[in-house]
Design a binder for this molecule. Structure first.
Ligand code: GLV
Ligand code: MN
Ligand code: MN
Length: 412
């Protein structure tokens, strides 16, 4: 079978999808269930239907585009990623796996391939944590990693519940029907940009992922005492922002001191109350995102952060509370998927390297119910989650070729 990837059409589609954005180009902002996101979904669904795929959507907004195999009852081979984009993001995160997955299916169709197992493209809902504070809601629910009861307690920054938001967007089915059985997928493979610099630095076009790091995230609330910025003398202060500043640097130190490159910690949100020039901050809310490929090491770093927080709290008379949002387990990628990817690379004399994914992905959660693997392509300077994120058309096309061949191997 000779596969031809239509690089031109794929790049045009990536550019077209980027126009569905609430930020000015080249930035892309596409928050789940916003009007823009709903328009982008409708556009993608029409592309999938044009390719002859049968489309269904579930109650959380996962979209499934199905190419029925000659054995329709057999478990499907899945691929896919997400199209929601964090504020001020780029065009490629998630999108390469969705539109690349679609092009992989079209290339197989053009080559006359007839799958035995059905092939299914999935666009997972709300991979990014932007709206509900926790990422991968679609794949968490689909894999049963998140209970429906826990999902129903989620709300967005405006206080609107997940249930109200999804129903308002037209997804009014029962969340209990989202979960798929462990027999649903024979295998799952996600194509994604690396979101780091290693492939580019090594001048290697493809990365086969062996392990996916897992995130833990927390809300941290600090409460001190406010007051007049002129009147309260320095020895009398219980400034919540000063305590938060000290804690942030201790978090950085703790992640650096873990002894492994795979440990990373980020404070991405810092809300200061009351937020006035001449008022001492009385309350601060932080988010902490901490990740590792080794859960025990991540948990040890977490414990050391909590010890430091107690010291800072005692010293500054500012209370510090941690509220756990999620603490996930890392995942190993399945040998059979890694082999299918490596076989395709070897057939085309394409160099690849085995690597870990330090970003999390929907594949982390799909791996709980199906043998799962991931294929990475380089992105310029390793940039991601920023408007100048870029993946070269040839790199994308190479990734799509290997994805398509692997799916063919897994579904034959
Ligand atoms: C996914 O976007 C992540 O934050 O790893
Ligand atoms: Mn992302
Ligand atoms: Mn992504």
């Amino acid at each position: 079978m000779k596969l031809e990837i239509d690089q031109r059409q794929l790049v045009d589609e990536i550019e077209a999808l980027a126009t569905f954005s609430d930020a000015e180009a080249p930035a892309v902002t596409r928050v789940v269930f916003s009007d823009t996101d709903l328009k982008a979904r409708a556009w993608i669904i029409s592309r999938c239907e044009k390719a002859g795929l049968a489309v269904r959507q579930d109650a959380i907004g996962n979209i499934f585009a199905h190419w029925t195999g000659s054995d329709p009852e057999a478990p499907a081979v899945g691929t896919g990623s997400h199209i929601d984009a964090i504020p001020n993001a780029g065009k490629y995160d998630g999108v390469v796996g969705v539109l690349g997955g679609l092009e992989a299916i079209r290339a197989l169709q053009r080559a006359g391939f007839r799958p035995t197992n059905s092939i299914e493209l999935v666009m997972f809902a709300t991979e990014e944590p932007t709206r509900f504070g926790i990422g991968c809601l679609g794949s968490r629910l689909l894999s049963g990693t998140l209970s429906v009861d826990a999902a129903e307690k989620l709300s967005d920054g405006e206080g609107e519940t997940l249930d109200a938001v999804r129903k308002g967007a037209g997804f009014d089915g029962n969340l209990r029907d989202v979960k798929l059985s462990a027999e649903y997928y024979k295998a799952f493979v996600e194509l994604h940009i690396e979101q780091g610099p290693l492939l580019e630095r090594a001048r290697i076009p493809l990365g086969i992922v062996s392990r996916i790091a897992a995130p833990a995230s927390f809300w941290i609330s600090l409460e001190g005492a406010g007051g007049h910025a002129g009147g309260v003398l320095m020895p009398d202060r219980k400034d919540a922002l000063c305590a938060a500043s000290e804690l942030i640097l201790e978090i950085e130190n703790a992640a650096r001191a873990s002894g492994a490159m795979d440990t990373v910690a980020t404070i991405g949100v810092c809300q200061v109350f009351p937020g006035a020039v001449n008022s001492i901050p009385s309350r601060v809310q932080l988010t902490l995102d901490i990740r590792d490929t080794d859960r025990m090491r991540r948990d040890r770093v977490m414990q050391s952060i909590e010890r430091k927080a107690q010291e800072i709290s005692a010293k500054r008379q500012v209370s510090i509370q941690f509220e756990l949002v999620n603490a996930d387990d890392p995942a190993d990628c399945a040998a059979q998927v890694q082999t299918a990817l490596a076989d395709s690379c070897r057939r085309h004399n394409l160099k690849f390297m085995e690597m870990v994914s330090r970003a999390y992905h929907d594949s982390l959660f799909v791996s709980r119910i199906a043998p799962t693997g991931m294929l990475f392509i380089p992105c310029r300077n390793g940039y991601s989650h920023r408007p100048d994120e870029f993946a070269a058309p040839e790199d994308i096309a190479r990734g799509v070729l290997v994805l398509a061949e692997s799916m063919a191997q897994l579904s034959a």
